[in-house]
Ligand binder design. Structure first.
Ligand SMILES: Nc1ncnc2c1ncn2[C@@H]1O[C@H](COP(=O)(O)OP(=O)(O)O)[C@@H](O)[C@H]1O
Ligand SMILES: [Mg+2]
Length: 269
């Protein structure tokens, strides 16, 4: 028999992530506290690409670490697929791609990708097959046995992307993942990421300090103020892809840059 609806927990899975009045301070060496995030609230609708755009030090990485359950807020709540991060979250549904590629130099590309599967109960053979499939997805099918030092920056970034995708996460957290790539390679990675997003339909939270990158990728932009990070502006970007160099994208970039200039002279990257 189905229990009455009132007795069933219905986590709101329409929101991949929800931040509700999140505040965070870190202790400082002098005994004081550094206020990093103040009363931050916004949602990441399931299947969307949300860009958190903010200057260096505005708490963007701190916020992602909270979404990944690595840090707890001082105040407020963080919900992952409708569940409190303090409760039971299925963390295997999240992938995390960091600013540096964090590849292990002594492991081949395929074994770096397979790292993400090592905590599960997946057999050797399936692990290899899944890792190989992810490398193919990011265009590195022929480089499975290459070591990181044999790969270009763009290729290493692809391996890191494959590693964050191999668990087939519903939510992909990306912390300035392409900021160290040259402009041309970064553009290629944007195209790849949007293609994979179209194929997989996962939710993406993409942290960046780069206005143009946010405009090119995001369905929604959440713009932070300088520290303490607060939501300064939230906007929907309803432009068709590809956006790079299009008049609409260029004018949105100009508009956001003007908003930043008006906000503060302290926007540093
Ligand atoms: N674990 C920590 N302990 C103390 N200070 C921290 C810690 N993590 C981050 N900070 C500080 O908090 C501020 C925000 O950091 P971060 O979230 O990395 O910002 P962003 O990613 O926007 O550049 C920075 O000034 C940073 O030095
Ligand atoms: Mg950061």
């Amino acid at each position: 028999m189905t229990p009455p609806a009132a007795h069933v927990a219905h986590p709101d899975q329409r929101q991949a992530l929800a931040f509700r009045h999140v505040s965070k301070q870190f202790p400082r060496g002098d005994g004081g506290a550094l206020e990093v995030l103040r009363d931050v609230s916004f949602d990441v609708p399931a299947g969307s690409v949300v860009s958190i755009l903010g200057p260096s030090g505005s708490g963007k990485s701190t916020l992602l670490n909270m979404a990944a359950g690595l840090l707890a807020p001082d105040q407020g709540r963080v919900l992952v697929l409708g569940h409190e991060t303090t409760g039971t979250v299925d963390w295997s549904r999240l992938g995390y791609m960091f600013q540096d590629d964090r590849l292990l130099p002594w492991r081949t590309a395929i074994d770096n990708v397979g790292l993400a599967l090592e905590t599960g109960s997946i057999g050797r053979r399936e692990k290899r097959e899944r890792s190989q499939a992810q490398l193919s997805l990011v265009g590195l099918g022929d480089f499975a046995s290459a070591y990181p030092h044999q790969l270009s920056g763009g290729m290493r970034s692809r391996v890191a992307l494959a590693r964050s995708l191999v668990t087939e996460p519903d939510i992909l957290l990306m912390d300035e993942p392409f900021s160290r790539l040259d402009a041309q390679t970064r553009t290629t990675m944007h195209t790849e990421l949007l293609r994979i997003h179209r194929e997989r339909g996962m939710s993406i939270v993409f942290v960046t300090h780069d206005v143009e990158e946010a405009v090119i990728l995001a369905d929604h932009i959440v713009m932070f103020s300088p520290r303490p990070g607060r939501v300064h502006t939230e906007l929907a970007v309803e432009l068709p892809h590809p956006r790079l160099g299009t008049p609409d994208a260029l004018s949105l970039v100009a508009e956001l840059r003007a908003a930043i200039a008006g906000m503060s002279a302290d926007w540093v990257i």
